[in-house]
Design a protein around this ligand. Structure first.
Ligand code: PLP
Length: 376
């Protein structure tokens, strides 16, 4: 079908985006360097305010990473030894790792077939007297049905900690993710929708006491200068990263719209291929497509992945193994077959090239190559 393949298409490309804002970013970084304020200061505070306003919350606390954001969120709600936290087995390890890091126990609930997100209907059955919190993950940029989840949480007095690492800018029922649960955790890792040039993270909440606790915990548990009441950590967003993120936040909606356009075009053409299932948004959700992840049926995922690679189309597998079957969680005693939807997803998922700057020509190459794999 396709005549010639001249350039291979990367699964993501963060360098290309940088070239579009290079002058602005360079000037802002140089300004921070000249200021001598490398930790804290007005640039970091300014970013926190802007990000709170963008998300639609009253408080934002910046930190060193998405992982730290989740860890600090659990600590802020005093979740620890003896507590259980419900989450999805189909996510990046950080989501569950932090539950273990605070001494609590992760409880995995299966996912929804169409969205890859936590199956909200199955959450209630996993609640025990020890359950303290739920961590829904807005995976691949698609929001979880938070209306249903908040109802369950309220009925059982549970904290909802949104893992928004892959979904900055997404919304559910007209509200931004990170503003609906009790607390929202964001990552600014370079490949996320809002990515810095290094590590970074942020926590959002409408609860001023929780925000205050987060500030204490992320600064070594320091309440007043050199007065410590809790064991904390050192978790900072650097001023250089904050300066870069301030600039990129201004473009985020444009970039997310470009991702949505790519997803719409992919859907239009890939929906016709019988051997795959193209992803879909839930009604009520507005996704931001950190990944565009199809399912390849009939045990053909790895074969198709190789055939695409031969045609110059690079893809990724997020995630090849569910967390409940990872060696690190063998002690929890989960068995194969116990969370079948997540397990099947791990065998079928394939994430296609997705970034805002992906040209129509490149999209066509992905579409034609995929059709070629099935129809030639
Ligand atoms: C990236 C990611 C994290 C962790 O963020 P870091 O900034 O890399 O620490 C947590 N959860 C999910 C779902 C992620 O994708």
């Amino acid at each position: 079908m396709i005549q010639s393949v001249n350039h291979s298409i990367p699964a993501f490309d963060i360098k290309q985006q940088y070239t579009t804002i290079e002058a602005e970013v360079s000037a802002a970084v140089l300004e921070v360097l000249a200021s001598g304020r490398y930790i804290g200061g007005p640039i970091v505070a300014g970013f926190e305010q802007q990000f709170a306003a963008y998300t639609g919350v009253s408080k934002c606390v910046a930190c060193n990473s998405g992982t730290d954001a989740l860890f600090l969120a659990l600590r802020a709600f005093n979740i620890g030894a003896g507590d259980e936290v419900i989450t999805t087995p189909f996510t990046f390890i950080a989501t569950a790792e932090v539950i273990s890091a605070v001494g609590a126990k992760p409880v995995f609930v299966d996912i929804n077939t169409t969205t890859f997100n936590l199956n909200v209907e199955q959450v209630a059955a996993a609640i025990t007297p020890n359950t303290k919190a739920i961590i829904p993950v807005h995976l691949f940029g698609q929001p979880v049905d938070l209306t249903g989840l908040m109802d369950i949480a309220e009925a059982h007095n549970l904290v909802v900690i949104e893992d928004c690492a892959q979904s900055t800018g997404a919304s559910w029922a007209g509200q931004k993710v990170g503003s609906i649960g009790h607390i929202g955790c964001f990552s600014f890792y370079p490949t996320k929708n809002l990515g810095g040039c290094g590590d970074g993270g942020a926590i959002t909440t409408n609860n001023p006491e929780v925000a205050e606790k987060l500030r204490i915990l992320k600064e070594h548990g320091q309440k007043n200068r050199y007065h410590y009441e809790e064991i904390g950590v050192n978790s900072r967003l650097d001023a250089i990263q904050a300066a870069i993120l301030q600039i990129k936040l201004r473009y985020l909606d444009i970039w997310n719209n470009q991702r949505r356009q790519v997803a719409a075009r992919y859907h239009q053409f890939l929906n016709q291929i019988p051997g795959i299932i193209a992803p879909q948004e839930l009604a009520g959700g507005m996704g931001v497509w950190n990944q565009y992840t199809i399912r390849v049926l009939s045990n053909k995922r790895d074969l198709i992945r190789n055939q695409l690679q031969e045609r110059g189309v690079n893809t990724m597998v997020y995630y090849p193994r569910p967390l409940h079957l990872q060696p690190v969680y063998a002690n929890l005693g989960y068995k194969e077959g116990q969370l079948p939807v997540a397990e099947q997803a791990c065998d079928e998922v394939l994430s296609l090239p997705m970034f805002p700057e992906l040209s129509e020509e490149q999209q066509d190459q992905v579409i034609y190559s995929l059709k070629d794999c099935f129809f030639s």
